[in-house]
Design a protein around this ligand. Structure first.
Ligand SMILES: [Zn+2]
Length: 122
């Protein structure tokens, strides 16, 4: 799973990418790799009702990237429970966001990607 935002010719940026811009409908022709950027925690929560194979507690945060002056928000797990609104985080890639041995998809773990990004406070 990549951490890329898409941009249309009118400068609207969205994450994740879409074939067409959610704001104006133009094709998103440009992408921005967010994985090397830091973001700011907008809000966060701790989920106690986690899907099978997800570690507990499951701390989730909406973070905001700045892409050429456009705010782009993304939801993801935080690497720690110690997070506050306004914290600066950086994306870290993990091979398995969930345990492939557990849950509905465990019968065919090759059928999907398990990797992705978590937010790590800077
Ligand atoms: Zn647009």
């Amino acid at each position: 799973m990549t951490l890329e935002a898409g941009e249309c010719p009118n400068g609207h940026v969205s994450y994740p990418t879409h074939p067409r811009c959610p704001e104006c409908g133009e094709p998103q022709e440009e992408t921005h790799d967010l994985s090397g950027q830091t973001a700011e925690v907008v809000t966060w929560t701790k989920s106690t009702a986690t899907p099978p194979g997800v570690r507990q507690p499951n701390t989730l945060a909406i973070v905001e990237f700045d892409v050429d002056g456009e705010a782009v928000r993304a939801l993801g797990q935080v690497t720690t429970e110690d997070v506050e609104t306004g914290d600066e985080v950086e994306p870290v890639h993990v091979e398995e966001l969930r345990d492939p041995e557990v849950g509905l998809k465990s019968e065919n773990p090759e059928s999907q990607e398990w990797g992705g990004y978590r937010w790590d406070p800077v």
